[in-house]
Ligand binder design. Sequence first.
Ligand code: IMP
Ligand code: MG
Length: 178
Amino acid sequence: MPPTLTTLISEELIAERVAELAVEIDRDHGDTGELVLIGVLKGSFMFLADLARRLTTPHRVEFIAVSSYGDRESEDPGAVRLILDVRHDIGGRHVLMVEDIVDTGHTLSYLVRLLKARLPASLKTCTLLRKPDRSQVDVAIDYLGFDIPDVWVVGYGLDYNQLYRNLPYLAVIDPDQV
Ligand code: IMP
Ligand code: MG
């Protein structure tokens, strides 16, 4: 039986919030000029595509991919491994990292450390979602779409076992079925 999906954030609400975030980002980067958006694969692909279309600030698009060792319950849940790096040097550039969701914060914290070491002119973070109840590491989020409760969400780029990324909205997947 397919799992039950319950809408958490509709397509319309996502679009509205993405447009607001783009206005904020454009406002903050009016003087800095060109940006490099770095999308964290795979989860951010849809968010980044929509955000990029809303931004008026000229920007390049890069992708980076990480994987967590093991799963949520593994002994070292904070371990993160880089599996795909950006193609161009970000030294001296204004960088905006684009994430789908900040859960424990380990992934974003690892990526901030990694990219800061390359001496960008500035480094900011943008995430569509955050689960404040799950936070384990403090990591600065400059642009946040929505805070959500501790539930497993799928859609709009986010997956459960690599499925449901294509849903145009965000849904909660029934915990008894996952
Ligand atoms: P963190 O390192 O614990 O902050 O985990 C961040 C990563 O875990 C995200 O980039 C997602 O890939 C994944 N993740 C956490 N919660 C969810 C969820 O509810 N749905 C789908 N992926 C999630
Ligand atoms: Mg992610």
